[in-house]
Design a protein around this ligand. Structure first.
Ligand SMILES: [Zn+2]
Length: 413
């Protein structure tokens, strides 16, 4: 029996808009804002209710009718998010769409290396696609579900049914400040990300060097350099996560990650850490690493196991062979010592091995893997949580690792 996972991701490129397209983008934004206004006035946030109230009101706009539906749907999304915030007690502003962004799943045609979309009644616009985008969307089994236009970018949401990779082992991924360590009993490897830390430091220094008393200029500068930092670190993390997933697929190992929800609370004011340390830990994009690994794994059908905080407790100070607490010693710099096995291990390498082992306990219990059905409509874009391929079964009680099973790894000897 084989399992199929629906995997979704996005691909984008730049394009040159025509005046027709710019007009359409502005029209779309105004339709969204009209729907928002009506939605707030009648306190409607469900798509059904909002469409009934709004659709006729949008008659004045000269736009293909499916863009009207998409505008209503976008407004419904914004209103639903707002409702959630209100329920949780956050202060909210009156929602208003400022950015020009058109999302539509209707009306577009892909033909001979281009995308053709209607811009108004009887008028169409064609965007030539880049080689990269064409390559990605013409892979076997890939379906284009929707497109997104901004003033200079065109994005596609694409989906594919990925056959689930049958795994017979697991591999743990541990995030440190300057590196990612990946491994299991068979061996560990190391991905240097210290460049990301350096880039973050430079950005902070540049923004801080602006001393003029002008908040507007400062904000502009900070956002420009912040964007640059995001682009540069994103690229470095992309290369590392791509390799991690490719190697895991090749070895048929499910990836085990620590669930890092709420990690921001670890480094907050009043936690007894200094300001610089907090800044360093908070600027390091834990979430981005996890997001990239998860959507890339999902795209190829590789199972992901997310361990809860409780399950990962002590994973960096526990001996993977006997479960004893490891000792540190000033003479052994980044090394740890197990007094019962009488061996020395590398501090960074202990955690992934423990994660892999704990994930395997979970993996063995949940076999055959059940695929989450709700994962179907989720888009792999920033901000959306990627669902796990192997759902959370009850947190297993970790027993002491079995001596027979734990062969000493050569790395540690
Ligand atoms: Zn030990």
């Amino acid at each position: 029996m084989s399992f199929i996972v629906l995997a979704v991701k996005s691909v984008w490129q730049y394009y040159d808009p025509s005046s027709d397209v710019l007009r359409l983008l502005d029209l779309f934004r105004r339709m969204v804002n009209d729907s928002l206004r009506i939605g707030i006035a009648y306190s409607a946030s469900s798509l059904r209710k909002l469409s009934l109230l709004t659709y006729n009101q949008l008659a004045q706009y000269d736009s293909p009718s499916y863009y009207k539906l998409c505008a209503i749907s976008r407004a419904a999304g914004i209103l639903a998010a707002r409702k959630k915030s209100v329920r949780r007690g956050f202060t909210t502003k009156t929602p208003y769409a400022v950015r020009q962004q058109l999302v539509s799943c209707y009306g577009f045609k892909l033909e001979s290396g281009g995308l053709r979309i209607p811009v108004s009644r009887g008028r169409r616009f064609r965007i030539p696609l880049t080689k990269h985008v064409l390559e990605v969307i013409s892979q076997p089994g890939v379906k284009v579900r929707s497109f997104t236009l901004t003033r200079n970018r065109l994005g596609f949401c694409i989906a594919r049914d990925a056959p689930l990779v049958q795994c017979n082992s697991t591999v743990g991924v541990d995030r440190n400040l300057r590196n990612l360590t990946v491994g299991n009993d068979q061996g560990t490897s190391y991905y240097d990300l210290s460049k990301c830390v350096r880039i973050a430091k430079t950005t902070v220094r540049i923004v801080a060097s602006f001393t003029r008393d002008d908040a507007r200029l400062r904000t502009g500068l900070a956002s420009r350099y912040g964007q640059r930092r995001t682009d540069r670190t994103g690229h470095i993390i992309h290369n590392a996560t791509k390799t991690i997933v490719a190697v895991a697929v090749q070895r048929r190992e499910a990836i085990v990650l620590e669930n890092i929800e709420g990690i921001r609370c670890l480094y907050r004011r009043g936690n007894g850490q200094n300001r610089e340390y907090r800044g360093r830990m908070n600027s390091w994009s834990f979430g981005e690493v996890q997001r990239q690994i998860e959507y890339k794994a999902r795209w190829v059908g590789l199972p992901i196991i997310r361990l809860s905080r409780r399950e990962t407790r002590g994973s960096s100070v526990t001996c993977p062979r006997c479960g004893e607490r490891l000792q540190s010693d000033k003479r052994l710099k980044r090394k740890l010592w197990c007094s019962s096995c009488r061996i020395v291990m590398d501090r960074d390498m202990v955690a992934p091995v423990n994660l892999a082992r704990r994930g395997r306990v979970r993996f063995a219990r949940s076999r055959p893997p059940i695929i989450e059905a709700q994962g179907r409509a989720v888009q792999a874009v920033k901000g959306n949580p990627t669902p796990t391929a192997v759902p959370g079964v009850d947190a297993p009680k970790l027993t002491q690792p079995n001596k027979e099973l734990t062969e000493p790894s050569r790395k540690f000897a």
